[in-house]
Design a protein around this ligand. Structure first.
Ligand code: PRP
Length: 184
């Protein structure tokens, strides 16, 4: 893979687009007769959910939550705070949580427990990236984009210290950048 202005390209924009199209087709089939609400987890999932939404051919609403589980350290504290809650009720609806990345699984574990308590008709997860090596709690991911190794990645919505979200591809952080000051 060619080098990028950040680090090595891990997943090109072409591969991302292809996989998002596949996920969109699969979700469209599975939710054809459902009442789909996609819940994007701010901020990292914004780029992914925007593309995923446009790859669907079923009726769908979107809503967003913002949570904070990391503070300023790289490793998850496991303590999750809701910074922004959903705007609308999900009771009786078919909810699909859309995440950019699942690392320890602690954020998703909290979110699933929190949203399940609101009595949705169904609750599933779509994650663009997952790092199985880092998992600390088992979380059921119905739709996965890519499994990646335990390396700090940026781009396509993912940040390091709020930078690099604009990249059209997913890249590794360059070795001369200290990931310790990042958030994931
Ligand atoms: C990322 C990601 C998940 C969480 C996953 O968010 O979007 O919410 O970390 O990690 P976990 O599986 O270890 O809980 P981040 O805190 O980087 O915030 P952001 O989406 O605003 O960039």
């Amino acid at each position: 893979m060619s080098p990028s202005p950040t680090g090595e390209v891990l997943i090109s924009s072409e591969r991302l687009a292809g996989r998002v199209t596949e996920l969109g087709a699969q979700i469209s089939r599975d939710y054809a007769d459902k009442d789909l609400v996609m819940v994007g987890v701010l901020r990292g999932a914004v780029v992914f959910i925007a593309d995923l939404l446009r790859s669907l051919d079923v009726a769908c609403e979107i809503d967003f939550m913002a949570v904070s589980s990391y503070g300023s350290s790289r490793d998850s504290s496991g303590v999750v705070r809701i910074l922004k809650d959903l705007d609308d009720s999900i009771t009786g609806r078919d909810v699909l949580i859309v995440e950019d990345i699942v690392d320890s699984g602690l954020t998703l574990n909290y979110l699933m427990r929190n949203l399940r308590a609101r009595d949705p008709a169904s609750l599933e997860v779509c994650a663009l990236l997952t790092k199985p090596e880092r998992r600390r709690v088992d979380v059921p991911i119905r739709y996965t984009g890519f499994e990646i190794p335990n390396t700090f990645v940026v781009g396509y919505g993912l940040d390091h210290a709020q930078q690099y979200r604009h990249l059209a591809h997913v890249a590794e952080l360059p070795e001369d950048v200290d990931p310790g000051s990042g958030t994931r």
